[in-house]
Design a binder for this molecule. Structure first.
Ligand code: PMP
Length: 449
């Protein structure tokens, strides 16, 4: 858990001559290229920037490097696997590390979420889970259950399934018409009713009742699944109200609807337990994961399914025993090697336990920003937080962007969504790192109008 500065060779530090050819994802390219922020090295809790500065990683990359950067056991596992067997097909073929990784994951997951389907990204995991949900009902003779229910302000990646059940207008509006037969629950954030709540808000459980309204509107016999993030991450760290997820579970059970938790962010220790399902005490029928699955060292994703979901296929109609779905890189050998090494690190260093132990200190640090100018809400759970600032008159997101840039200049990389700064550092952090993160962020907020 040392904070050794990342070592970087000189040839990496120059800004490339050609900044045009790469069309960057989720980035205002012109704005970025006028003042590029380039990362050239990483170690444990820190990145090294192209101009040689150390910045603390306040967002674990993109909510994914939970065990810290460039950890030796993971690096070595990848190197060894790359030399031994770089790739093996997983259609009608297998390799031992895929079975080992799946078995380790099945034992880590709560309840009977004990079967694992591999993909390569959160987006792929989401599309996989949605397809399994629809096929599950078909396998059980309920082929009319095709309708999917997401949530406003939900983020489920960028596949057509994911943006259809997702609830972020900018990700949807120019890509229509999207999947048919999708409804959305209301989001769970209200400044008026829950601002500055610590942990789970007391207000908002009733928002789950909207699911009954949707069931009444369409009839349960047409609904396949509900998908929600236990904590909505990308839209600003929206913590579920107390009892809300339990209520969704009850309503889904009552009507035979599958409940899917998108744990791409909340999986692997972020909330202080292995999965959000454990933190919140609700077992979904399926769980999508990625990011922390391999500590982001190799792209990978996993969909966990409960026994009854898996059984519906294995003992279902003959033509559904094979799931006609999968990716060339499902259970990629390098991903499995990285993933096993990652699970070892999580266990051997007690990384989830560290997150849990530091959560109260983290909560105090988050809420120490109450009263800082422009801050209108603070939200926290485990080692994640949303710091929401009032939008400025010159446009929503402008103040947030300036704070994000200032923080980066002062030595903190955070994640920006609208006027909310989202924090989710590697879970190997110490109190000192928490002090550093909030010290820099406070400074940055105070320096922006
Ligand atoms: N679901 C959730 C909850 C996510 O947070 C993300 C990514 N931030 C995704 C899905 C998509 O993952 P990816 O970018 O790996 O496709």
């Amino acid at each position: 858990m040392s904070a050794n500065p990342a070592r970087v060779s000189n040839e990496n530090t120059a800004v490339p001559n050609d900044l045009e050819s790469w069309w960057m994802p989720f980035t205002a390219n012109r704005q970025f290229k006028a003042n590029p922020r380039l990362l050239v090295g990483a170690k444990d809790m820190h990145y090294t920037t192209h101009d040689g500065r150390q910045v603390i990683d306040g967002s674990a990359g993109l909510w994914c490097v939970n065990a810290g950067h460039c950890r030796k056991p993971i690096v070595e596992a990848i190197q060894k696997q790359a030399a031994e067997m770089d790739f093996a097909p997983t259609f009608q073929m297998g390799h031992p590390k895929a079975f080992e990784f799946a078995s380790r994951l099945a034992h880590l997951a709560p309840g009977d979420l004990n079967h694992v389907f591999f993909a390569n990204s959160g987006s792929e995991a989401v599309d996989t889970a949605l397809k399994i949900a629809i096929a599950y009902h078909r396998a059980r003779g309920e082929g009319a259950r095709t309708r999917l229910i997401g949530r406003e302000r939900g983020y489920h990646g960028v596949g057509f399934g994911g943006i259809s059940v997702g609830g972020i207008v900018s990700n949807r509006k120019v890509f229509g018409p999207l999947l048919a037969g999708v409804d959305h629950l209301p989001h769970t954030h209200s400044l008026k009713d829950m601002a500055f709540s610590k942990g789970q808000p007391d207000w908002g459980t009733h928002l789950a009742d909207d699911l009954e309204r949707i069931v009444t509107l369409h009839d349960a016999s047409t609904i396949a699944a509900v998908i929600v993030e236990p904590v909505a991450g990308s839209t600003g760290v929206l913590i579920p109200p107390k009892g809300y997820l339990q209520k969704l579970r009850q309503i889904c059970d009552k009507h035979g609807i599958l409940l899917i938790f998108d744990e791409v962010i909340t999986g692997f220790g972020r909330t202080g337990a292995a999965f959000g399902a454990e933190t919140f005490g609700v077992i979904p029928d399926m769980m999508t994961t990625a990011k922390g699955l391999t500590n982001a060292a190799v792209p990978a994703a996993a969909v966990f399914t409960r026994k009854h979901v898996h059984d519906a296929f294995m003992s279902g109609p003959e033509n559904m025993i094979e799931l006609f779905h999968g990716y060339t890189y499902s259970a990629h050998a390098l991903a499995c090697a990285a993933g096993i090494a990652t699970l070892d690190l999580y266990r051997d260093e007690g990384i989830f336990e560290n997150a849990k132990a530091l959560a109260p200190y983290w909560e105090d640090a988050v809420h120490s920003l109450k009263g800082v100018k422009n801050v209108i809400d603070l939200r926290n759970i485990g080692i994640m937080a949303g710091i929401e600032m009032a939008p400025r008159e010159d446009g929503a997101g402008k103040r947030g962007y300036e704070v994000f840039v200032k923080a980066y200049e002062k030595g903190l990389m955070a994640r920006l969504t609208g006027d909310t700064i989202a924090l989710s550092p590697p879970l190997i952090l110490t109190r000192k790192h928490i002090d550093d993160i909030f010290g820099i962020l406070k400074d940055a907020i105070q320096s922006v109008n």
